[in-house]
Design a protein. Structure first.
Length: 253
């Protein structure tokens, strides 16, 4: 699947979390997210404990809080949506800071914010401790359909290529004195988008022909099928298991 595709979310390190096989971390994050989503929204204390569990993982992975918080900004659109819920939801109303808001909307906003933030934080920690190539290998070892793994591999491999092509086209426009200042410049941008699509399509055709000439028949070779040990699985699954215990307490208390 190639190498050299380290992404901005990845933080190089040799912590115990970094050294875990990728399939164990993928399973752990998936289990953790499922448990968090299954937790009743009224168990506010449970979400605080989930946050402490993630903080412990971040500490073990030596991921600074600033690194994590900066990348949590990706959920800003969901935060904006959650903030609107108390004002548009129906049902009994209550007064908060002099504003009349829906009680059901408040609980809905809390539900979205708490569960969404924890899910995004877990995903960021996974990306920060696992290189993209390792993530693909993990999906491969978890027996994900090969076609989906290939699609993900190609997206990662050529995402940067297309981004660089867009950067070169932008520099070319700027060198010719172009600067988008209004609606009358949209035509130039539309033509650039069309040219980018054609170039990307042509490059994809060339890459496919090159792969076929080298024996590609619709499946990628298994580069590394090493399995994780029982101890590694136990270490990785400690997070979702601890979260599951908290979730069960949240439903019973």
């Amino acid at each position: 699947m190639g190498a050299g595709h380290a992404h901005r979310l990845y933080r190089h390190g040799h912590s115990p979390v970094h050294l875990l096989p990728p399939q164990t971390k993928l399973a752990a994050v998936l289990g953790f997210v499922i448990v968090v989503v299954s937790t009743p929204r009224t168990a506010v204390w449970a979400f605080a404990l989930y946050a402490l569990l993630l903080a412990a993982v971040a500490g073990a992975a030596r991921v600074p809080p600033g690194f994590l918080l900066k990348r949590l900004l990706i959920e800003v659109p969901f935060v904006a949506f959650a903030l609107l819920m108390p004002f548009v939801a129906e049902g009994p109303h209550t007064e908060v800071l002099g504003l009349s808001v829906s009680t059901e909307g408040l609980w809905g906003a809390w539900n979205v914010l708490a569960k969404g933030t924890l899910g995004v934080a877990a995903s960021v920690l996974l990306a920060a401790t696992t290189d993209l190539r390792e993530l693909l290998l993990g999906l491969q070892r978890l027996k994900l359909p090969p076609l989906l793994v290939q699609i993900a591999s190609f997206m990662i491999r050529y995402g940067d290529v297309i981004t660089d092509e867009m950067r070169r086209m932008r520099i070319a426009r700027a060198s010719r004195g172009f600067e988008a200042r209004g609606v009358r410049h949209w035509g130039v941008l539309a033509k650039s988008a069309g040219a980018l699509f054609i170039r990307s399509y042509e490059r994809g055709e060339r890459v496919h022909l090159a792969m076929v000439s080298r024996g590609y028949r619709g499946t990628m070779p298994v580069i590394d099928d090493a399995t994780a040990t029982g101890a590694q699985w136990s270490t990785a699954l400690a997070l979702p298991c601890a979260a599951l215990a908290v979730c069960l307490l949240g439903w019973t208390l």
